[in-house]
Design a protein around this ligand. Structure first.
Ligand code: GRF
Length: 208
């Protein structure tokens, strides 16, 4: 069973997909704590409806990013979280956080990495004119949207797509992908290994 902490900043539809999959017993996990840096995030209400403990930790109340991260780590560890899902969490984590949950932090990004890292990835993809967009679930390391890829799903870009319509279709794919990737982790099927050219670590997913 995967003991999860989830960090959020906004709507929390990916969190909802995870909570729903747990309830349907499609995902062998328990969300031990949901933390938002935005006190009014809808994600907190979603967690509360599912009976999951929540708290808001406002980044503005801390003197440094590191102190903010220490507080996040303290609360997650106190709740018994062993893995952390970043589900629309809009803060960059420092080595304080990365070190506390090394190789056990997973992020969802709305693009096919390594294309279009950073913010407004769907708008970047549209502006570039790619014909296939998508989403990525990946491990978090020191880089921005740069850690080992666990799973990806492609979404066609349609001729009349705007940022809103494309983002909505990518988000639907995210909801499926994040559950799939977490279930692989829960089943112990994901391992980090050296990549074929030795330059970086990659995630290997074993067949079930
Ligand atoms: C998603 O597009 C995710 O890829 C990105 O932030 C958004 C969060 O959406 N990291 P939600 O809060 O899960 O609805």
């Amino acid at each position: 069973m995967l003991a999860l902490g989830v960090l959020v900043s906004g709507n929390g539809t990916n969190l909802q997909a995870v909570l729903d999959a747990i309830q349907r017993r499609e995902l062998d996990a328990e969300v031990r704590m949901v933390i938002s840096n935005q006190p009014d995030a809808k994600a907190l209400a979603r967690a509360e409806s599912a009976g999951v403990p929540t708290c808001s930790v406002r980044h503005g109340e801390f003197a440094s990013r590191e102190e903010f991260d220490h507080e996040l780590v303290r609360r997650l560890q106190a709740a018994g979280a062993e893995w952390v899902l970043l589900a629309g969490f809009m803060r960059v984590l420092t080595p304080v956080f990365l070190g506390a949950f090394r190789d056990r932090i997973v992020n969802i990004h709305p693009a096919l990495l390594p294309a279009f890292p950073g913010v407004r990835a769907q708008a970047q993809a549209l502006a570039y004119g790619v014909k296939v967009a998508g989403c990525t679930v990946h491990f978090v390391d020191e880089g921005v949207d740069a850690g080992p890829v666990i799973a990806q799903r492609a979404v066609d870009v349609l001729a009349d797509d705007g940022v809103e319509s494309l983002s909505a279709r990518i988000l639907e794919a995210e909801h499926q992908l994040v559950v799939e990737a977490l279930s692989w982790i829960a089943q112990g099927r994901v391992e980090l290994v050296q990549g074929s050219d030795g330059s970086r670590r990659v995630a290997r997913v074993r067949a079930s």
